[in-house]
Design a protein around this ligand. Structure first.
Ligand SMILES: C[S@@+](CC[C@H](N)C(=O)[O-])C[C@H]1O[C@@H](n2cnc3c(N)ncnc32)[C@H](O)[C@@H]1O
Length: 256
């Protein structure tokens, strides 16, 4: 088993007790197992602050803020007017380690991230998230980053599998076998299925999935920039072509 995953167990009791009052019956936002994945990996890094991009209703913000009470969390959301924004502010109001801000992360994050920060991106998505990370890394040396929705079948995952080998993902069989039971929104049948590490690899996708990029993975060469740009353009072209042909744009996202 992956040594990093073996190490996760030391954070388990604290995580479950700190997040026990968070409702995850309805799958809105990241899963508890995914938040645990982030929490356990940050545990050994001990950064000063975490910057989140993409808050929506604040499920990720809430889970991370509660499970890392000594860490300052600065959360960005682009859509001020969206109904989710008010829901998030109401849910996060009482937490004094969270600062909720509004604005476009693509413009703001490269200018405000500090050396040693942890960055968690759950919007913008896919190759745009990786592009944002590249822009941040050009300005400062963050300690690590997590990009959500790096599920198998996504363009982002294809890029990472090809150009950043051996990254850790929250859909790794060892991790799911041990920790997917944290997700109460999943049915008993699903939990039983995913708890068996031999059921991987397969066609099914468990969740949005976090990818974990360490400092060494965040050094982007000029060739990397071209590759990301090329993938971004490919995604844009495919989307607009499907739209023009009147086809429904369908991703392989687990939530459809
Ligand atoms: C999937 S939702 C985030 C869910 C949230 N992390 C959770 O677990 O509850 C994605 C969010 O990212 C926001 N977003 C997309 N692009 C963004 C950008 N450039 N800057 C800030 N927020 C952005 C969207 O408005 C949306 O609310």
């Amino acid at each position: 088993m992956d040594a990093q995953i073996v190490n996760f167990q030391k954070y388990y009791d604290e995580f479950t007790s700190f997040t026990s009052d968070i409702d995850d019956g309805v799958p809105r936002g990241i899963l508890k197992s995914e938040a645990f994945f982030v929490r356990a990996l940050i545990g050994d890094i001990k950064p000063m602050q975490l910057i989140e991009s993409g808050r929506a209703q604040g499920q990720s913000t809430l889970l991370l803020a509660k499970s890392l009470p000594h860490l300052r969390i600065i959360s960005f959301e682009r859509d001020y007017d969206h109904v989710d924004s008010k829901i998030a502010l109401d849910r996060l109001n009482s937490l004094n380690n969270v600062c909720c801000l509004f604005g476009d992360s693509k413009k703001i994050l490269p200018n405000i991230a500090l050396e040693g920060d942890v960055v968690v991106i759950d919007g913008p998505k896919d190759m745009d998230a990786l592009w944002l990370l590249k822009k941040i890394s050009e300005k400062t040396r963050i300690s690590c980053a997590f990009i959500h929705d790096a599920h198998r079948g996504s363009l982002l995952r294809m890029w990472l599998d090809r150009f950043r080998k051996n990254l850790l993902y929250s859909d790794k069989s060892d991790f799911l076998a041990r920790y997917c039971h944290l997700d109460r929104c999943k049915s008993d049948t699903e939990i039983k299925f995913w708890s068996n590490a031999n059921n991987y690899p397969m066609q099914k996708v468990y969740s949005g999935t976090f990818s974990f990029l360490q400092a060494k993975d965040l050094k982007f060469s000029i060739l990397d920039s071209y590759r990301i740009f090329y993938f971004k353009m490919f995604a844009k072209y495919t989307r607009s072509l499907k739209k023009r042909l009147g086809l429904k744009y369908k991703t392989n996202h687990p939530c459809g």
